[in-house]
Design a protein around this ligand. Structure first.
Ligand code: P6P
Length: 335
């Protein structure tokens, strides 16, 4: 059974993709090639992040992105690298990026796929050497290849994703992704320039004792969030908040835990972006037996209306998310 081979730790990413090709029969290799293109860009960005302090590419770039956030040089470099890899790879027709105001139409008449990407999330952590991440979602375009890109190709709910993943540039660099048939983690071996399967078939613990939230925004939380975090403290859970979503998410996925970024006065719709942050991690969470909601509904079922729209995000161990949701609904103020 080839898929048994695929799961043997030490399999390279290339070999794994080839062996698991049968999981998505409709794609005659394009999705596999697209995953390889993303892995290539991840290797290049990994090289840049590991030497940011040395090659004067740390620090601010001197411009702000569509979010009004000061772009770090590495943000810009990562965006360029992923754009280039995705356009050269030939499988993608359009890209939504945190670093680009508008949709990037690659004018690629044969490209079947749309990619939504946060090239480097948590980039304010670069200068202080804290883990950062890339987050990506892959959709099939809805309109026929060759025709102009339409809004319906871009504004797809998270349930429409054909694949999603993240790269964590941490103490080691990992690529974790799903094509809808479970979640697998690959660790990068710098000396060989290869990703090797290190975390086959990741299953998130159903419960956990770690909560990740920015306590500094506590005064702005709704009652249900306040009550849930108080309960975590009553139970002496551990607070772990890195300020880098991918790092917090990855730890909670493996160890059990919940990450919350609720609505606040500064960010009344939450801070995190639906299209290129929440949706990808929500698909991975659900594929690993965990959950992701905005506090009242499944993240994956939110129908996007704008490119950079934000959403509150509660994501992690299913029993923790369910408990947090029930406290939110029971304490929600009547409209
Ligand atoms: P705050 C980084 O800017 C980010 O998008 C996530 O990676 C991180 O979890 C969150 O925002 C941190 O936001 O408001 O707590 O500093």
């Amino acid at each position: 059974d080839q898929s048994g081979l695929a799961y043997s730790v030490g399999t390279t990413l290339d070999r794994f993709i080839k062996l698991k090709q049968s999981d998505f029969p409709f794609a005659s290799g394009e999705l596999s090639q697209l995953l390889r293109d993303i892995a290539l860009a991840a290797k290049i960005v990994n090289r840049e992040t590991t030497r940011a302090g040395l090659s004067n590419i740390g620090g601010a770039f001197g411009q702000v992105n569509v979010q009004g956030e000061e772009q770090q040089k590495l943000d810009v470099i990562a965006n360029i690298r992923f754009m280039r890899a995705l356009s050269k790879g030939g499988e993608v027709c359009a890209i939504v990026s945190e670093e680009e105001d508008a949709v990037i139409d690659l004018q690629n008449t044969s490209g079947k796929y749309v990619v939504a990407i946060d090239p480097l999330d948590g980039s304010s952590n670069i200068d202080v050497n804290i883990s950062i991440g890339t987050i990506f979602s892959i959709y099939r375009r809805k309109t026929p290849t060759g025709s102009p890109i339409q809004l319906e190709d871009i504004m797809q709910a998270g349930t429409e994703q054909v694949a999603a993943g993240y790269v964590l540039y941490g103490s080691s660099t990992m690529l974790v992704y799903t094509t809808g048939c479970g979640v697998n983690g690959f660790t990068y071996e710098q000396s060989l320039g290869e990703f090797f399967l290190s975390h086959p078939n990741i299953q998130a613990p159903k419960n956990g004792e770690i909560y990740s939230v920015n306590e500094g925004t506590q005064r702005e939380w709704e009652d249900g969030i306040l009550a849930y975090i108080d309960q975590c403290k009553d139970r002496r859970y551990s607070a772990r908040y890195i300020g880098s979503l991918v790092a917090d998410f990855h730890r909670n996925l493996l160890k059990g835990g919940i990450y919350l970024y609720p609505a606040t006065k500064k960010n009344p719709s939450g801070k995190l972006r639906l299209l290129y942050e929440a949706n990808a991690l929500a698909l991975i969470a659900e594929q690993a037996g965990a959950m992701a909601t905005d506090g009242t509904q499944r993240i994956l079922e939110i129908q996007p209306t704008t490119l950079h729209q934000r959403t509150p995000l509660l994501i992690g161990s299913s029993e923790m998310v369910i408990e947090a949701e029930s406290m939110i609904s029971s304490l929600a103020k009547a409209p």
